[in-house]
Ligand binder design. Structure first.
Ligand code: SDX
Length: 430
C-alpha cells in the first residue's frame, strides 16, 4: 500500500504522507496541508475525515464488523457481561477473575450518590427529559468528586474516576426516573451486581419486595455491551473535542450525553418506539409512513434505519432482533410493535429507495422492543444508551489526552460571508 499520496494544485505536485491502520484502513495525513499549500480540506460532517488513530474499537461498515479491542461484539454479547466488557474497553484487555472482582467491588462501593446530590433532582420539573437530568448531574459530579490529579496523567486517579462514573451513572438514571413518577429514591444494594442493582433502583419500592427478573438482567447486560463503544460517533467525538480543551472528564462526558440525546443519534431508540406507536395507533398501516419516509428531503424518516458507517446490516441490530423474540417468548408472547417493526423492515429492504442508499436497520431499530419488554419507559431509552456507551466515552477521553501531541481540536472553515464593509451609524440605516 502507498506510503505517500500526491496532490496537484495549480500544476504543482505536493507529496502527503499516508497512515495505515491494523485492518487495512488508510488515511492521507493532511496535518501540514495548509502550511504547504495554503489550502485546507473541506468535509462537512467529517464523513471522510479521520480525527485520530485509535486502538479501542474497529468497525467495517461494508462487512458489518464491530470489534472492541479486537474481540467481535457477537462473542462479547454471547459470553460476557457488561462490566467485563467495560473493563476490556477501559483498561485494554479482558480482566482476570481477581481484576473483575476488584472492578465489581469498586462499582458496588461507589454506587451511592453524595446525599446533597439528591437536591438536584428536585430542582427539575418532573416532566424534564431524563437525558437533561443525566447530563446536568454528571457535570455536577465534578463538584462532589474533584480529581486529586488529572486522570489522564495518573493511572490510579483514572481507575477511581472511571469506577465512580460507571457506578453513579446508573443511580442518577434511576433517580431521574423515580423523580419523574413521584416515587422515593431507592438506594443501591451491596449484594446486587451492576444491572440487577439498576433494575432494583428503577423498580423497587420501600414497602414491597422486589425480585430481580434474570431475563431482564441478561437483556440489559447484552444491550449495554452492544452500546459500549462505536469509534468516532457524534457523542464520542464530542467527548474527545471537549476533553481536548482540558475540560474535566465529568464535563466532557456530560457533553457526550447531550450529543447522544439527539433524535438522529442516541435519541433514535425513543424515536423508533414513538414511530411504531404512531403506526400502531393509525391501525398498523405501514405503507403511508414508508412512502412519506421515502420522499426526498422529507422531515419524516424511517427512524432506526440508515447509518453513516454501516452500508449493510448493523451487527448490533441483528443480535437485538434475535433477542427480541427470546425475551418476548418469556415475557409477553409478542408485542404488536415488534410485528410492525418486522413488517417495516421487510418492506423497506425491498424498496429501491432504501436499497439504492444502503439503508438497513441500525442498533436503535429493535432495542426499544427489548427495553419495553423489561419495563423500561420510552423516555428512558436514550439513558440506557448512555449507560452502555459510558465506558467507551471514558476510554476515548483517556486515549485522546494520551495522544501525542494532545492538541486542542479546532477545525477550520471556508468563509462565505460578506466581504469587508463599514459600520453604518443607526440614524442613517435604511
Ligand atoms: C446511532 O455514528 C454512529 O456510530 C452512531 C451510532 C453509535 O453507536 O454511536 O451507531 C448510534 O446514532 C445510530 C443512528 C440512529 N439514527 C437514526 O436511526 C435516525 C434515522 N437515520 C438517519 O437520520 C441517518 O441514516 C443517519 C443520521 C443515521 C445517518 O445519516 P447520514 O450518514 O448523514 O446519511 P444522510 O442523511 O446523508 O442520508 C443519505 C440518504 C439521504 O437521501 P438523499 O439525499 O440521497 O436523497 O439516505 C436518506 C437521506 O435522506 N436517508 C433516509 C434515512 N437515513 C438516510 N431516508 C429515510 N429514512 C432514513 N432513516
Amino acid at each position: 500500500m502507498a506510503d505517500k499520496a500526491e496532490l496537484k494544485i495549480d500544476g504543482k505536485a505536493y507529496e502527503l504522507p499516508v497512515v495505515h491502520g491494523t485492518e487495512g484502513d488508510s488515511g492521507i495525513d493532511v496535518s501540514e496541508l495548509r502550511s504547504k499549500t495554503s489550502y485546507i480540506t473541506y468535509d462537512p460532517a467529517f464523513g471522510n475525515t479521520g480525527s485520530c488513530q485509535s486502538a479501542i474499537c474497529y468497525i467495517d461498515g461494508e462487512k458489518g464488523i464491530l470489534r472492541y479491542r479486537g474481540i467481535p461484539v457477537e462473542q462479547l454479547a454471547e459470553n460476557s457481561r457488561f462490566i467485563e466488557t467495560a473493563y476490556l474497553l477501559l483498561f485494554g484487555q479482558l480482566p482476570t477473575e481477581a481484576e473483575l472482582n476488584w472492578f465489581s467491588a469498586g462499582l458496588t462501593e461507589n454506587a451511592a450518590l453524595h446525599d446533597d446530590v439528591r437536591h438536584f433532582f428536585y430542582g427539575f420539573p418532573s416532566t424534564t427529559h431524563p437525558m437533561v437530568i443525566l447530563s446536568s448531574v454528571v457535570c455536577a459530579l465534578s463538584g462532589f468528586h474533584p480529581t486529586p490529579k488529572d486522570p489522564a496523567e495518573d493511572d490510579e486517579v483514572y481507575k477511581q474516576t472511571a469506577i465512580k462514573l460507571m457506578a453513579k451513572v446508573r443511580t442518577i438514571a434511576a433517580y431521574s426516573y423515580k423523580r419523574s413518577i413521584g416515587q422515593p429514591f431507592i438506594y443501591p444494594r451491596r449484594d446486587l451486581k451492576y444491572c440487577a442493582n439498576f433494575l432494583h433502583m428503577m423498580f423497587s419500592l420501600p414497602y414491597e419486595d422486589f425480585n430481580i427478573d434474570v431475563d431482564a438482567e441478561r437483556a440489559l447486560n447484552i444491550l449495554f455491551i452492544l452500546h459500549a463503544d462505536h469509534e468516532q460517533n457524534c457523542s464520542t467525538s464530542t467527548v474527545r473535542l471537549v476533553g481536548s480543551a482540558r475540560a474535566n472528564i465529568y464535563a466532557s462526558i456530560a457533553a457526550g450525553i447531550s450529543a447522544l440525546s439527539g433524535p438522529i443519534h442516541g435519541g433514535a431508540n425513543q424515536d423508533v418506539m414513538e414511530m411504531l406507536e404512531e403506526i400502531h395507533q393509525a391501525g398498523g398501516n405501514i405503507d403511508s409512513y414508508l412512502s412519506e419516509a421515502m420522499i426526498p428531503n422529507s422531515s419524516k424518516r424511517l427512524s432506526g434505519f440508515g447509518h453513516r458507517i454501516y452500508k449493510t446490516y448493523d451487527p448490533r441490530a441483528k443480535i437485538i432482533k434475535e433477542y427480541c423474540h427470546k425475551i418476548l417468548r418469556k415475557h409477553k408472547g409478542t408485542d404488536p410493535l415488534l410485528e410492525i417493526a418486522m413488517k417495516l423492515e421487510e418492506r423497506a429492504l425491498r424498496e429501491e429507495y432504501f436499497i439504492k442508499r444502503n439503508l438497513y436497520p441500525n442498533v436503535d431499530f429493535y432495542s426499544g422492543i427489548v427495553l419495553k419488554a423489561i419495563g423500561i419507559p420510552t423516555n428512558m431509552f436514550p439513558v440506557m444508551f448512555a449507560i452502555g456507551r459510558l465506558p467507551g466515552w471514558i476510554t476515548h477521553w483517556k486515549e485522546m489526552r494520551e495522544s501525542k501531541p494532545a492538541k486542542i481540536g479546532r477545525p477550520r472553515q471556508i468563509y462565505v460571508g460578506p466581504e469587508r464593509t463599514d459600520y453604518v451609524p443607526i440614524d442613517i440605516r435604511k
